[in-house]
Every structure is written in structure tokens, then in C-alpha cells.
Design a protein around this ligand. Structure first.
Ligand SMILES: [Zn+2]
Ligand SMILES: [Zn+2]
Ligand SMILES: [Zn+2]
Length: 181
């Protein structure tokens, strides 16, 4: 078990942006051979691209993929790489310079692992959003049809108001983007 030489980089953003060239002497702890250097982008991908787990441990991309075929834990600390609710695997993040600022904070750095993967969460969110917004949307479509028929200014005001209410709820509910693992 490669715990002795595993790289623990809880805050890759700061480490790689401001650290004293920390990527110069990193080596993959699984094979103890591949030097881990931070590429600019994922293309062309290399076996040695550093891959980050939510626990803050970093390994070579290819070695970690092989490990994860038969394991669902971090090779160093045994952090469980499975979502509690949907049981889908938590995927490692390939670290690149251009993607550095998009990497979510690791758990030891205050980040969080969601109950379910992004895809399952999006599905749940859509159901919730639909249930909460459907009555408002129905009202808006009604008023829009009325306004299209009458063309009156009063009906237009009502329609715009209903649309504003729908937008407000949608903005509060729709996730602003990627924030979690
Ligand atoms: Zn390796
Ligand atoms: Zn770990
Ligand atoms: Zn899932």
C-alpha cells in the first residue's frame, strides 16, 4: 500500500498556483516511477498526469485508473470513493493548469462530497424544480395565451408579473454550476 510516499495536496489550486514549483519532484506513489507534472490541458493525455481524489491524495492518472478497476477507496487513506445515495463511483479529477481553478475544494480543505453524483443530482434537481415551478409556469402560459388573444396592456402586465415570479423561483432553485465532487 503506497501510503508512505503518497502526495497529499489538500489545496491544489494554491499549491500549484503559488507553491514553490511543487510539481518538479512529485512521483506517482502507486508505481513509484512516473514523475507527476502538471500539464497545461488534458490533451494529449499522459499516464503521468496527476489525478486528485477528494481526500487530497494525488496519483498518476493511469495507475489510479487501474487501481480503481478493482477498488473503490483511495490507495493511501482508504477514503471511500462511492456516493452514499446513488452508489456511483466518485471519479478522480485530472489536474491541469487550465482546469486548476475549476477543481472543487478537497474534503480536508473544506470541500464536500455530495450524496449523489452530478448526473443523479441533476435528475433529482429537475424533479424538484418541476414540482415547484409547474403551477407558476401554468399560470404564466395561461396569461400569455390571454394576452395573445386580447392584446391588452393590462393582460400584458399580468403576464410579465407571472413570468417574473417564475424566473425568481427558477433562479433560486437552479444550481449555479459545479461546486461539489
Ligand atoms: Zn504510477
Ligand atoms: Zn486519500
Ligand atoms: Zn449517481
Amino acid at each position: 500500500m503506497p501510503s508512505q510516499t503518497s502526495y497529499y495536496i489538500a489545496d491544489p489550486k494554491y499549491t500549484f498556483l503559488f507553491g514553490p514549483t511543487p510539481n518538479d519532484d512529485l512521483t506517482c506513489a502507486i508505481c513509484t516511477q512516473s514523475p507527476l507534472t502538471l500539464p497545461w490541458s488534458r490533451e494529449p493525455s499522459r499516464d503521468s498526469d496527476p489525478s486528485l481524489l477528494p481526500c487530497g491524495h494525488v496519483f498518476g492518472h493511469r495507475c489510479l485508473q487501474i487501481w480503481l478497476k478493482t477498488n473503490d477507496t483511495c490507495p493511501a487513506c482508504r477514503f471511500r470513493l462511492r456516493y452514499d445515495l446513488c452508489k456511483h463511483p466518485i471519479r478522480p479529477r485530472r489536474l491541469t493548469r487550465e482546469g486548476l481553478l475549476l477543481v472543487p475544494p478537497t474534503v480536508p480543505d473544506g470541500g464536500a462530497v455530495g450524496d449523489q453524483c452530478g448526473r443523479c443530482q441533476a435528475r433529482t434537481d429537475q424533479i424538484v424544480i418541476f414540482e415547484l415551478c409547474a403551477p407558476l409556469a401554468e399560470r404564466y402560459y395561461e396569461l400569455r395565451t390571454t394576452h395573445e388573444r386580447t392584446g391588452s396592456e393590462a393582460d400584458r402586465t399580468k403576464m410579465v408579473y407571472a413570468k417574473g415570479q417564475l424566473d425568481k423561483v427558477m433562479q433560486a432553485l437552479v444550481p449555479p454550476g459545479e461546486r461539489q465532487w
